[in-house]
Unconditional design. Structure first.
Length: 140
């Protein structure tokens, strides 16, 4: 995984660049949301251990996931929502994969705060991105 590599098409790069720039200017923790597919009940958590990785998506540390982990394992898609210091909102949506080894997990361990368990890492591969109501990117 190379942090300077972008897998999206050039037309999408500008939208993803805006997400990356917004992430660099974020204020506070992000909100990570999943869905209980069987009961159609959303689950949202504040998460301070999350990173944007260009060409990959968002990597989220699993420190205390319970409902979130069950939702991921059942095939839920996910969403990350954050605000910039100027109060501009960004939301990304996409597929989720759970990792307890390999490069995604190793990347998470490189920045993860050791006072938390860091049991696994979730990769949210971005399929849609928005700033407010403005669509920035949509995978075809």
């Amino acid at each position: 995984m190379k942090e300077d590599e972008i897998n999206e098409a050039p037309a999408a790069a500008s939208g993803m660049d805006r997400v990356a720039q917004g992430w660099e200017e974020r204020d506070g923790p992000a909100v990570f949301a999943t869905l209980d597919i069987m009961q159609m009940i959303p689950n949202a958590i504040y998460d301070g251990e999350i990173r944007y990785v260009s060409g990959e998506g968002f990597i989220i540390a699993d420190n205390y996931f319970s409902k979130t982990l069950a939702n991921i394992k059942s095939g839920s898609k996910g969403s990350v929502l954050f605000l910039t210091k100027e109060r501009k909102s960004f939301q990304v949506k996409g597929t989720l994969s759970y990792h307890t080894g390999g490069p995604i997990y190793a990347h998470m361990q490189s920045w993860h705060d050791p006072k938390y368990p860091g049991k696994g890492a979730v990769l949210l591969r971005i399929e849609e991105a928005y700033s407010g109501a403005e669509e920035l990117f949509r995978a075809k």
